[in-house]
Design a protein around this ligand. Sequence first.
Ligand SMILES: Cc1ncc(COP(=O)(O)O)c(C=O)c1O
Length: 421
Amino acid sequence: MDVRENRLFLGGCAAEALAREFGTPLYVYEEEVIRSQCRLLRESFAAVAPELHYAMKANFNPAILLILKEEGLGIDAVSPFELRLCLALGFRPEQILLTGNNTSPEEMAGYLALGVPINIGSLVELERYGRLNPGGRVALRINPDVGAGHHSHVITGGPESKFGIYHTEHEAILATLRRHGLRLVGIHSHIGTGILDTGEMLKAMEITLRAAARFGQLEFIDFGGGFGVPYRPGQQPLPIRQLGAAMAERFAAFCKDYGRPLRMKLEPGRFLVAQSGTLLVRVTNLQATPAHTFVGTDSGFNHLVRPILYGAYHEVLNASRVEGAARAVAVAGNICESGDVFSQGAEGIEDRLLPAPEIGQLLAIRDVGAYGMSLSSQYNLRPRPPEVLVGDGRSRLIRRRETYEGLLRDFPGFGEPDGSG
Ligand SMILES: Cc1ncc(COP(=O)(O)O)c(C=O)c1O
């Protein structure tokens, strides 16, 4: 992002020009931000050269997946369609790790048929896997009893979390492995997302290592994702180089004690793509109440649910006039719910200081590249916005705006699957 003559530019393209060409609301991704985050993560963990599996749930746009493929990443997939997409894009089965949850027998059989490594997260599923694939190789997701994250909904370790086999279930795991002649090749944990504190990551690592030490034939340990990015101006970023060095050192010491080299796997999602994304929205309304001046826009929580779902902070800029006499405003969407406000914080609706927005101006909601479009919906029968990739002053449409026909396609009698109804 840069600012020229007080207007916002993304990847060398004027935000206003992008909005004119593709319409609003519009998701814009800066390619170089994704690539530089990949480089930063690799450099930070260089001492251990981990296998990086991009958590495609963060953003599954095929063009973005291809950038990550070019950067040499594999995939952390969670569902049959995620798997199908990454295979179609040319990721090899061995570059993928399938970590589902509450996986049905049919889904599990489908994953096995495609020859993709599977990471199992419950004893029932391990039993199911053993029956379907006796003598096979398997990895296990452990709940290390530690959780962390930017909101209680995204903490995936500890007693309140549905994910992973509790680290204390050692005997039950061994019995199931033995019963089906399974070979345990990997141990995995993922404690949550949006973590900015190295202490939590290192604590979970210790518990995962303790669990791993009890199994003799491992080939890899996977410490999941969760690497956070700063969303608020002035927020301290995760000291990723420091964390990488500490984890690499600890891992090397562990491998020495374990008696043979192991591969480290990581599953970053947010860290790689969050800061690449900006949602451009048009101001359509100004409305004052005794509490707030609401700036109404042509998008809403159907396009970016993080603020209403988690009270997540996203910075908002006036892309048409980045600097100027500021006014405290709340930035709202066009969805029929009063919580539909982009400017939220932990305490609810927040005012932001914006250079007096006017109707017709363009606002930029920042850091929406992860869990933005991938969590979007068609609520209020509003289409999802298009997505555009920018870099070196050029732009490329990577997802079309949804259409009325597209939205109705799956309703028998109202539309036909080929969109012609
Ligand atoms: C198993 C697993 N791995 C990786 C991730 C990616 O997390 P993040 O985007 O915080 O890196 C998630 C996200 O929920 C996950 O569930």
